[in-house]
Design a protein around this ligand. Structure first.
Ligand code: CA2
Length: 148
C-alpha cells in the first residue's frame, strides 16, 4: 500500500521560524518521521512539498491509480483552495487532512477549510503525532477494504 504525504506552502520552512507555533523540527525531520510511520505499518511513503497550488493539483492528479491514501497538510491553501478540493474529489483517494497547530484556536480565517469538505478525517493541533494518527488510520482502513 502506498501513502502520499503532501505538504503545502512554507512547510519547507519548518524549524526555521515560528517554533512556538510549529515546533523546532524541520521539514526533513517530518519526511523522516512520516516515512518511518509508513514503514512501521508496512506502507510505502511518497512525500511531496510545494509552495504552488497548481503543482499540488498536478501531484494529486498523478496519484490517481497509483496511491492508496493521501495525508495532506495544505497549509495556507487549506483556507482558500477550491482547486485542491476539486483535485481530491476527482481522484477519489481516501484522504486525511492534518494541521500541526490547532487552527480552530487561531485567527478566524484559519477556521475555514475547503479540503475538509472532502477529507474523511481532520487532525489538528497534535504536531507530528497527527501525521502518525493519519497514517495509522489510512493503513487500517485500506487493510480493511482488502479483506472485505
Ligand atoms: O497548522 C498547520 O499545519 C497549518 O496548516 C500551517 C500553515 C497555516 O497557514 C495553516 O493555517 C495551519 C502554515 C505553514 C507555514 O509554516 C511555517 C513554518 C515555519 C515558519 C513559518 C511558517
Amino acid at each position: 500500500m502506498r501513502i502520499l504525504v503532501i505538504s503545502g506552502p512554507n512547510l519547507n520552512m519548518l524549524g526555521i521560524r515560528e517554533p512556538e507555533i510549529y515546533g523546532k523540527s524541520t521539514y526533513l525531520d517530518l519526511v523522516t518521521y512520516v516515512t518511518d510511520c509508513c514503514t512501521a505499518v508496512g506502507c510505502v511513503c511518497d512525500t511531496f512539498q510545494s509552495n504552488h497550488e497548481g503543482a499540488i493539483v498536478d501531484r494529486i492528479q498523478a496519484a490517481y491509480g497509483v496511491v492508496d491514501g493521501i495525508v495532506i497538510n495544505p497549509a495556507a491553501y487549506t483556507h482558500t483552495s477550491v482547486a485542491i478540493l476539486d483535485a481530491l474529489k476527482a481522484v477519489a483517494i481516501p484522504t486525511v487532512e492534518v494541521h500541526l497547530s490547532d487552527v480552530d484556536a487561531r485567527e478566524e480565517f484559519r477556521h475555514i477549510s475547503y479540503v475538509s469538505l472532502y477529507a474523511e478525517k481532520v487532525i489538528k493541533g497534535k504536531g507530528f503525532e497527527g501525521y502518525k494518527e493519519a497514517i495509522d488510520y489510512l493503513s487500517d482502513k485500506l487493510r480493511q477494504s482488502v479483506i472485505e
